[in-house]
Structure formats: structure tokens, C-alpha cells
Design a binder for this molecule. Structure first.
Ligand SMILES: [Zn+2]
Length: 384
């Protein structure tokens, strides 16, 4: 099958993150087995979703990981002109959910196996397909840990997120938290007999805003857009009536940290402020009051490799476009490979402008460009 035929197959599995991806994984595993791949699965706690890590070629040190996620974002409430889970060609473009983000890359990788002369390989090729990337990169670490445990020691990883085939060598971290302020209910005329959770939450949120403004003031010349660490509060819930001191207030917040920044710095600064400024006031008339912050998703940044090993190597591969800043604000699974000591870059077909949009498409010329890159990866793995 060629890459368009394979993309047609992959798009037909409606692997929205909230649903299982097992039918796609089963199909891909069968396909890979026909090329003699050695496959390993890791799953979520419920066993309803799986990562697939496939090794092709010799059991040797080194090698290259080609990595992508199998899940896609929902199409609910989007105005699609075609069936999002059926690959449809219109005016030379291929439409469907996941065409750019990022089943196109997986389809290309799978299609090139037919051209790969496995017996002449001197280093292994690894294919890493994950679950739950779109909901906070929840699956990838299990796969990377298991792959290392199995003895794989890849030299490079290419994460094929849509970058229009330009190299991305750094991106921000994503850090999502839930903060629950527990005060104590009381009549609003008697604030000295309780603790209002909403006012305490407001002080914490104001401090988060101040931290964000400070980050903006310190902005350097990062290639990320915008070139500073951003802080946001996304939801807030609390209270029952205007004349009752609210016993609870919960808010969800996040920050996206610059690649070089310690991803813990903001949450530490915020907890310090809570302990010193907010909690003493909250506990004055309500000793049981508390503030709890729990992480919901932590996606590590991709930090530029000081030796630029993967970057220099990928730059030599055909199909890779010149230019681009090399740093982006969207996060990927690359940081998980980097943390495992694998020099990693992001480079894949299609545009991030299409990702998550209605009528997502990919230009087949992008797939062809990616094919030549993967062919050069395969040639690299066959060098003696
Ligand atoms: Zn993606």
C-alpha cells in the first residue's frame, strides 16, 4: 500500500482521545508483523488504549525512532464539509481528521517499510505510536520507559508532528494544575466564623497573573511565539449564594514554559505565596482550611540539544525544508524522548495551522516530501 492508501486506512479509525484506539493498534500491529517487526504494547490503567513500539531490523545499539500519536481531537460542533473519518480528496487536497495531526506521518512511515531491505540494515528502526497525546501526553512515558527497559538504545528520534517538514529543535513545556481552596461556610455577615474560599482563590489567581506579567517583562529573544512563559486560568467554580461564605473554590490553570526554563519554577513560586500569604489568613477563623494543588498534565519542554546532534543529522535528509525559527509554542512528545537521552527533533508533513481545525487536510505533496525523508532515514540505518 502507498502512503495515501495507508492514510485512508488510518483515518477510518475514529481514534478520538476519549475513545479506545485499540482497533487501529491491532490493524497496525498486524501490518507491521508482516514486515517482521517485533512489537511491544503498553496500555493505560484500564487497558482500553495502547501504545505500540515496533522494532525492525537487527537487535543492535543505536537506531532511529519515528514517533507519532494515534489519537485525534474531536470533531464535535465543527462544520465539516466531508465525513471527517473518511479520507476525501477535493481539489488536490486530502481531507480528514488526523490527516495533518498526525496520521499522515504514520502512514508515510508504514508505507516505506515495503521498500526497506531489512537484511541489509545495520541499525534498528523503531516506530513509536502513542495514545492520549492530545489530552496531555499521558501515554508516551510508559512506552519510552518500556522501550528502554527492553534494551533499545536509539540514537535519534524524529517526532512527526506537522511542521511543514521544517526542523523544530525546541518547544515550550505544558503544565496543567487543579487548585482546590477549602474554606468554611458561614453567614456572610459573620466572616469571623468561617473562611471564604473564593476570595482566597482570587488572591492566588491574582498572584498567578503577576507571575505571568513578570515572565513577560523578562522576555528574551526566544523563537517561541510569544517569546515568554504564559500563564492562564481556564475555569473557576465555587460558591452557592451571595450571603454564604463559600466553602469551596476550584480552578484549573496552566502555564507554558520557555524551553530553557525550569518547568517547576511557577508552581513552586505559587505554592510559596500560598503558604506565606494566603493560608495564614484563611486559617485565622477556620483552622481546617486548606489549599491543594494537583498536577493534571505535565509535558516536558524540548530543550535545544547543545550539540544539535539530531538537528544536524536531519538537516542532511532529503525532503526537509530549510528555514523556520526552530522553536515553537506547541508541545509534543519529543521531551519524553529527550529525557531518555535520545537526541530529538520535531519534523513532519502538513501544517500546524490545519491541526484541530474543521476540514483538516494535508497536501499529498507534503506526504511525498516526507517519503523522501524516511527513505533517507532507512538508508542511514543500512550504512555499514
Ligand atoms: Zn499532534
Amino acid at each position: 500500500m502507498n502512503s495515501v492508501e495507508l492514510l485512508d486506512q488510518l483515518i477510518a479509525f475514529p481514534t478520538v482521545s476519549r475513545d479506545s484506539n485499540l482497533s487501529l493498534i491491532d490493524w497496525v500491529e498486524d501490518y507491521l508483523c508482516s514486515f517482521g517487526a517485533r512489537c511491544r504494547r503498553t496500555t493505560n490503567d484500564e487497558g482500553s488504549k495502547a501504545n505500540l513500539f515496533a522494532a525492525i531490523g537487527p537487535e543492535a545499539p543505536g537506531g532511529v525512532v519515528l514517533s507519532g500519536h494515534t489519537d485525534v481531537v474531536p470533531t464535535d460542533d465543527q462544520d465539516w464539509h466531508t465525513d471527517p473519518f473518511r479520507l476525501t480528496e477535493r481539489e488536490g487536497l486530502l481531507f480528514g481528521r488526523g490527516t495533518s495531526d498526525m496520521k499522515g506521518f504514520a502512514a508515510v512511515c508504514l508505507s516505506r517499510l515495503a521498500e526497506l531491505n531489512v537484511s541489509s540494515m545495520t541499525q534498528p528502526l523503531y516506530l513509536a505510536l502513542s495514545y492520549d497525546e492530545e489530552v496531555g501526553c499521558l501515554g508516551i512515558d510508559r512506552m519510552v520507559d518500556d522501550a528502554l527497559h527492553s534494551g533499545a538504545t536509539p540514537e535519534f528520534a524524529i517526532i512527526g508532528e506537522p511542521t511543514s517538514m521544517r526542523i523544530v529543535r525546541a518547544h515550550k513545556s505544558i503544565n496543567v494544575f487543579r487548585t482546590l481552596v477549602t474554606g468554611q461556610a458561614a453567614h456572610s455577615s459573620q466572616p469571623h466564623r468561617g473562611a471564604g474560599a473564593i476570595l482566597a482563590a482570587a488572591r492566588i489567581i491574582e498572584h498567578l497573573d503577576a507571575l505571568g506579567r513578570q515572565k513577560r517583562a523578562e522576555a528574551g529573544d526566544s523563537g517561541c511565539e510569544p517569546p515568554w512563559t504564559t500563564v492562564q486560568v481556564g475555569t473557576i467554580h465555587g460558591g452557592t449564594a451571595v450571603n454564604i461564605l463559600p466553602s469551596h473554590c476550584e480552578f484549573l490553570w496552566e502555564y507554558r514554559g520557555l524551553p530553557h526554563e525550569d518547568p517547576d519554577s511557577i508552581v513552586f513560586a505559587m505554592q510559596d505565596y500560598i503558604a506565606k500569604e494566603v493560608l495564614p489568613d484563611l486559617k485565622e477563623f477556620a483552622p481546617e482550611a486548606s489549599v491543594e494543588t494537583t498536577p493534571i498534565a505535565r509535558v516536558p519542554p524540548l530543550v535545544p540539544d547543545p550539540e544539535a546532534r539530531a538537528e544536524r543529522w536531519v538537516r542532511e535528509l532529503r525532503g526537509v525544508r530549510e528555514g523556520g525559527s526552530g522553536e515553537v509554542s506547541f508541545a509534543t512528545e519529543a521531551g519524553s524522548f529527550q529525557r531518555a537521552g535520545i537526541s530529538s527533533v520535531v519534523c513532519g508533513p502538513g501544517s500546524i495551522d490545519q491541526a484541530h481545525q474543521p476540514n483538516e487536510f494535508i497536501n499529498p505533496a507534503e506526504l511525498e516530501r516526507c517519503e523522501t525523508m524516511i527513505d533517507d532515514v532507512c538508508a542511514y540505518l543500512c550504512r555499514s
